[in-house]
Design a binder for this molecule. Sequence first.
Ligand code: NAP
Length: 294
Amino acid sequence: MTTILNGKELAKELRNEIKLEVAALLEQGHRPPHLAAILVGTDGASMTYVNSKERDCEFVGFKSTVLRLDESETEEGLIDKIEAINNDPDIDGLIVQLPLPSHINSDRITDTISPDIDVDGFHTISVGKLAKGMDTYVSATPFGIIKLLESYKVDTSGKHCVVIGRSNIVGRPMSILMSANSYPGNSTVTICHSRTSNLKEICKSADIIIAALGKPEFVSADMVKEGATVIDVGITRVPADNEKGYRLAGDVDFDAVKDKAEFITPVPGGVGPMTRYGLLYNTLKSYKIKAGIK
Ligand code: NAP
């Protein structure tokens, strides 16, 4: 029997837990946790993501500040603004929405954010700590996937996990977490990318597939072993005959794969909501560290 990993429901439960925790903190006279976001330009998807982060903050009782900057913002100008936020004792988390315009060096920007408030976990220090198995801010999508696997008690130890995609925000950190000496983790991990030559055979040998490549419905039923766990990270807008003119497609052909899988995430309603929860979790974590709250 197939179990659908319902990220939407789980994230709702977990968000409510954060909401209660924040209410209790306010009751005790503490200030609310505060997440700051910087958005450069007017990319449609980025604007949607930042708006939803603002709504999530409002729901759980966090303060949120969004700095919306013009597309023409300079790298130096952006760095000055990040440094001002780094030095603001009232702010617990800072994210700079990616992608940035091409005249700005993203690596330089993510490394300007203080690791203490790097709730996206993209700073070189955060990634280094993750690789060494040290406590750090784990970027929201891999964090959300780990939480989903843990909540549904998916067995990962000794399993062959195939991660498709090697980006710094999803594939790479995911491969590190799945190979870590912890639960969920302890998997034998293969990381695949656009140069992998025998992807289908590799996927067929996987107990767990984590697809993060951004190619709609790429993972077909003949790539999946009976009883596998399939995590679909992909979100691509594909044209559709509806009011919006598009629908969201994952990287997995859900309808074809679902009967073969033991566990599978839907799109939407799987990894996406867990990612949004991950950011709230990291912001609360930073707040507690700052305030010395256990
Ligand atoms: P990305 O930076 O574009 O990376 C894509 C990765 O997939 C690259 O490593 C690329 O290989 C690999 N790839 C591309 N085509 C491939 C193919 N035919 N076979 C095997 N590997 C292939 O993308 P990303 O930022 O990691 O995001 C991946 C997807 O996840 C996107 O759809 C994105 O929208 C979605 N996403 C969802 C969430 C969420 O919350 N659900 C969060 C983040 C991202 P090379 O390195 O060789 O180019």
